[in-house]
Design a protein around this ligand. Sequence first.
Ligand SMILES: NC(=O)c1ccc[n+]([C@@H]2O[C@H](COP(=O)([O-])OP(=O)(O)OC[C@H]3O[C@@H](n4cnc5c(N)ncnc54)[C@H](OP(=O)(O)O)[C@@H]3O)[C@@H](O)[C@H]2O)c1
Length: 241
Amino acid sequence: METNEILALVSGANRGIGLAVATGLARRGVHVLLGCRDIGRGEAACAPLQAEGLNLRPAQLDTTDEDSVSTLAASIARDYGRLDILINNAGIGLDYDPRLSVVERMQRTLAVNVIGTVRLTEAMAPLLSKSNRARVVNVSSELSSFGQRSKPDWGYAGVAMPTYQASKAALNSLTLSYARLLEDKRIKVNAICPGYTATEATNFDGSRTPEQAATIAIKFALLADDGPTGVFVKEDGELPW
Ligand SMILES: NC(=O)c1ccc[n+]([C@@H]2O[C@H](COP(=O)([O-])OP(=O)(O)OC[C@H]3O[C@@H](n4cnc5c(N)ncnc54)[C@H](OP(=O)(O)O)[C@@H]3O)[C@@H](O)[C@H]2O)c1
């Protein structure tokens, strides 16, 4: 990697919004590590993009597995010595899974969407602090916004997904905490909402493509030095927490 090249890690990047963010960053000249639970799926996702000449590499990453996360952090430290962009995209929603009790849905969802994000952010923070323009983008959801949920005429006012919405509200809280904690290391931490997107997570029912969803994440990954930290945004502007 050239010393002036930007290095990004995207979690949950073998498909959906994560793959679109990884691809979009690579198209803008960023060197991208595709964090994938299954390295074979990561290789399959990378192959056609590498054939186009894009600078992407799969990297084994299960955010619920301490060994997976620490092994990846050690290999990034050894191979690159720093990380410039972390996209915390890996996420699940189990509210409509009839096989699980609400308690099981909550435990599994928090393990990925909240604890997994903390594990990955903590492991990568020392590498991000070696960058002089580090950015963390947390892929959240407008569905978790207390400000929006309290408006009776809001478009999603009828939605109640207790475990998913609670997990993303916790992710939003983490965004504000890490924005403060990492500020003196010049690391900007923001939360984005990609909008309702056609992916496996929505049974391909969303109105937006993964490429449209990726736009706001890419914008905040490449935020200029005078850009904000500790904000929650979607494509058409800032969201209330
Ligand atoms: N789609 C929407 O409308 C929408 C709206 C708002 C926010 N979001 C958020 O956007 C993000 C991406 O969602 P998506 O719609 O692209 O869903 P998706 O197609 O289901 O992709 C989810 C990705 O996360 C990965 N993942 C799951 N558990 C993981 C773990 N423990 N460690 C590492 N990776 C893990 C999956 O890997 P496997 O392939 O191995 O399962 C997959 O690559 C999520 O955080 C989601 O909550 C989506």
